[in-house]
Structures are given as C-alpha cells and as structure tokens.
Ligand binder design. Structure first.
Ligand code: NIG
Ligand code: FE
Length: 426
C-alpha cells in the first residue's frame, strides 16, 4: 500500500473524535468528553486528517468527488475508531527480560530488596553495554511494531539502562534508528539519571556531575532527546539532585519530566519550578501538593501496569487527582523490571478496575492527555482536521469494550501519519 496516499475510513460505528474547544490538558469533567460521532467517516491526505464528519458529509466533499480514484477506502464495518494512543512513558532499550526478579518477587521479595541484592535496574545495564547499536535498534523496532499492533501510534522512548556516556548515547541512537523505520511518532528521552551505576556507588554527586557536564551537552547538541527524565525516589536520585539535573536540562534547551512518588513521597514544589511536562507514577504524593499541581500544566501520568506487575495492593488515587483538577494521563511504563506490557488497553483496564476511572476518562488519559504530556497536543491525540492522521480501529462496537476485554488485543488496524497497517488495510 502506498504510504501517505489518501485514505477514507467509512462506516465507522462510533468515532471518538475528542474534539474540544477548550485549551490545555483535560481536567475534571472534560476528561469524560469523547465527542462521539456515529455512522462517521474520516478523510486523510498527505499524512493529515482533512475532514471528519458523518458518512454523508464526507462523500459530499468537493475534493473527494473529483479525486475519488486517488483515495483508498477502508470499510470499518461499524467498528470503533479513535485517535491512536499516545504512550507517554516507555523504556524500550533493554536486552533481556528480568525473570529472576520476577521469581524473587513471587517468593516475597519487594522491588527495593531485589534492587539492593543486585537485581533491578542495575541488572539490565550489562546487556545494554555489551549490545551493539544495531542489535538495540532492532529490539526497539520490534517494540514499536508491537505497540502499533495494540493501537499506539505515538510513543515516548527513554534511554536509561546504559548509564555511561557511550551506552546512553548508543541507546538514544538506537531509538533514533528504529524511529526512522517506523511510520508512527517517537519522542526520545534521556534517562541517564535512572539509578547511580555500580562504578559510582557511594559517589552519586560525581555521577550527577558527569551526567550534567559530559553526557547532556552532546545529547542536546545532536538532538538525540527532547526530554530529560530523572528517577527521583528512594534508592535513585534525591529531589536536590533532580533539581540540579533539571536546571542543567533547561540550560541545554531540553524539557524535563520525572518519575516521582513510586516508592516514597517527594514534595513537588521544587520540581514544579522547572515546569516538567509530566510527573509519573505518583503513588505517594502529599495531598498539600495537589493544588499547585492542578494550577500547572504538568500532567500527572499514572502507570498502573507497574502496580499490577509488582503485585501491589495499592494504586494511585486517581479520583483525588481528578477532583483536585489535576490533568492526568495513562501510560504503559513498558520496561523489563516493573511493567513488561506494551498494551495501553491493559493499562486502561487497570485504571478502570483499580483506580475507578471511567472508560471515557481512561481513553482521554491515553490519547489527548498523553499528547499534552509530550507537548504534542497541537498535532496528536484527537481526530480533528489539521491534526496528524493517527488513528486506531478496534473490533468492538462500543468504546467501553476497549478497557473491558482485558488480556486480549482487539486493535484491528492503525493509521500512523497517514500510513495504514493491520488486516483492514490489506
Ligand atoms: O518506571 N521506576 C523507575 N523506572 C522503571 C523501572 C525500571 C526497571 O525496573 O527496570 C519504572 O517503573
Ligand atoms: Fe518508568
């Protein structure tokens, strides 16, 4: 199928457009507003959405009438079509699953005990350091293809298992190489501050200095990342170290985001000064910080796949965040230690069953608010004329079935920047 040719999706049972006149990320009741059209059609040209409406409106389009033969029809046979998911938090650059950690946890050890005993993030370092760039790129490419099969068309991808100058740059280059081969959109993030690597044990400040002075400038100069991320938590980096890294990112022209509150509480005020695009996990948050978070455009990104896979009874208190007016998103946190899933519908299902988010809120959190969390909402996250042609088609007839059917994949096709893939497109 030629890429970026005209595409007309017709006979859409429910089209979740998510169009909205409001500006800024969705909060409170606007988190439930899917702006659904029934018996709808979408016309895409040159990688962009050009018209959205009822089937009758679409067929009346003057351009379409003249150019009917230049357009490929996709008959959606009454299915649900929505914006491609925006997965705003993944760690795809690793070589091996962490099966020993998995078994240890089943026998009763927790995430931090496993990390202290030499497992955890540090046990993924060697594989990445030894791997060559093309092998890493190939692995990332496989992940991207799999994400698309589950409905994701935009993904943030972090480095963070190399943790040396060479291996962090190699990881970011692998992301870049894989991204060039994928029709979807990849947003690279430098996570050199994932943990202090073993050779700097007990010398965290020295590692932070290397990260800030040696690693970050070439990452910025070669445009290998759009964001800098820090794992700000017990056993990783302190709030002071995080602020130092954020300040350096700002000086290098890079935007910031952080993992916060997964294992322990960190006060958010000092971090919010750097206008992070998102703060992720948020299991342990001080209630007094929610008003300031709600006043900001920082998105709180929940990753319930990690709670599920670590076997935690507790999930973030999404309702409290929503009632406080915080903008929230959902992401997979795809990684080998705490969340080996690339299914956003699975994360959405967990958000519904364990965090009491409605199916509509889960969809908004995984699309337009994910786009806000990546500062891409101008182009991504809703089905509106002028936006990138990123769509997913699910073989269900009601959108609530997307988080309802868990553990199986109902995504039938995606369109990424106008390029269709999946059974309906062949
Ligand atoms: O988001 N919390 C830090 N990073 C990952 C875990 C990474 C790992 O265990 O490999 C997370 O859960
Ligand atoms: Fe993570």
């Amino acid at each position: 199928m030629p890429s970026r040719s005209g595409l007309l999706l017709v006979d859409i049972g429910q089209l979740l457009t998510l169009r909205s006149a409001a500006s800024g990320p969705r909060r409170r009741s606007s988190l439930s507003d899917l702006a659904i059209l029934e018996d709808a059609a979408v016309l895409c040209l040159g990688g962009k959405i050009v018209s959205v409406g009822t089937a009758r409106d679409a067929l009346r389009d003057p351009w379409l009438k003249k150019n009917r033969r230049k357009v490929i029809d996709i008959d959606c046979r009454g299915r649900v079509v929505l914006p491609g998911f925006v997965d705003s938090h993944t760690h795809p650059v690793f070589t091996n699953p962490r099966l020993v950690d998995f078994e240890k946890r089943i026998s009763g050890a927790d995430y931090e005990e496993i990390a202290e005993a030499g497992g955890g993030i540090r046990s993924s370092i060697e594989g990445v350091r030894k791997a060559n760039k093309s092998a890493l790129a190939q692995r990332v490419g496989t992940v991207l293809a799999d994400l698309a099969r589950h409905g994701t068309t935009t993904v943030e991808a972090k480095s963070g298992y190399g943790l040396s100058f060479e291996s962090e740059l190699k990881s970011l280059q692998a992301i870049r190489t894989a991204a060039r081969e994928w029709p979807g959109t990849v947003v690279p993030t430098f996570l050199g501050a994932h943990v202090v690597p073993p050779e700097y044990r007990g010398r965290a400040q020295e590692y932070v200095d290397v990260l800030v002075n040696k690693m970050m400038p070439p990452v910025a100069k070669r445009k290998l990342a759009q964001f800098v991320d820090v794992f700000c938590d017990r056993g990783a980096f302190t709030a002071e170290e995080t602020a130092q890294i954020f300040a350096a990112a700002e000086a290098n022209g890079l935007a910031v985001r952080a993992h916060v509150g997964q294992l322990s509480e960190t006060r958010l005020g000092p971090l919010l000064r750097y206008h992070p695009a998102s703060l992720d996990h948020m299991d342990h948050v001080n209630d007094d910080d929610l008003p300031a978070l709600a006043q900001s455009d920082t998105v709180a990104t929940f990753v319930p796949g990690a709670n599920y896979f670590l076997g935690l009874a507790r999930y973030p208190n999404a309702r409290q965040f929503i009632d406080s007016g915080v903008a929230i998103a959902l992401a997979t946190d795809y990684n080998p230690g705490s969340s080996p899933t690339l299914s956003l519908p699975m994360a959405m299902s967990l958000a519904c069953t364990h965090m009491k988010m409605s199916p509509a809120e889960a969809i908004v959190a995984a699309t337009i608010n994910g786009a806000w969390a990546l500062r891409l909402a101008e182009r991504k996250g809703s089905v509106e004329a002028g936006k990138d042609a990123d769509l997913s088609v699910f073989d269900v007839s009601d959108y609530r079935e997307i988080p309802y059917w868990f553990g199986t994949n109902h995504c039938e096709m995606t369109v990424m920047n106008g390029v269709p893939s999946g059974p309906l497109s062949s």
